[in-house]
Design a protein around this ligand. Sequence first.
Ligand SMILES: CC(C)(COP(=O)(O)OP(=O)(O)OC[C@H]1O[C@@H](n2cnc3c(N)ncnc32)[C@H](O)[C@@H]1OP(=O)(O)O)[C@@H](O)C(=O)NCCC(=O)NCCS
Length: 160
Amino acid sequence: MKNLLTVREARAADISAIHDLLKYYAERQIVLPRSRDDIRYYLNNFVVGEIESRICGCCAVRDFDRDLLEVRSLAVDPKLHGRGVGCALVEAIVAGQRLKRNSFRLFALTYQKEFFFKQGFVLVNKEMFPEKIWSDCENCPKKDCCDEDAVLYVWPSDKN
Ligand SMILES: CC(C)(COP(=O)(O)OP(=O)(O)OC[C@H]1O[C@@H](n2cnc3c(N)ncnc32)[C@H](O)[C@@H]1OP(=O)(O)O)[C@@H](O)C(=O)NCCC(=O)NCCS
């Protein structure tokens, strides 16, 4: 499976597939919904996973300035969980930012902290990211009862 997987920058032809993947999880309140127009506007922030010309996952990065970034809109086709697609998408985001920057902090708010631990993220306090809370969280239905965990990847880390 991994040999057949390609991770690449998203292009306009991927918008519908990205939209449908995110809609599936947004309906289950696992990721925030994104309209097709929003995906098109921020398309440069997305990478997609492709297997045999079919989009099987997507992931975006959001830039909050001062080298603070967020992994968002991470979604893998539910039929393909556990086969390395999510890992490859996050790796592509991290690798892209390492090429662009000398240092960065990359966070996520997630129900999948164990997945992120495997990618080198650590658990942190979500109050560390007021930028996120001021923007997306303000309109979130779970605003006052947020049960997501905050995870953070720092580059370079002490270990690197
Ligand atoms: C979270 C998600 C992206 C993971 O994608 P995936 O393709 O299934 O993950 P991978 O196969 O790349 O897993 C990488 C590693 O994480 C582990 N892992 C994946 N999901 C896990 C979970 N929920 N709990 C514990 N470990 C997990 C895998 O076992 C694998 O471990 P290994 O390297 O030891 O084999 C996918 O489950 C998904 O789309 N979930 C719904 C949307 C979502 O929650 N997005 C995140 C929002 S921030």
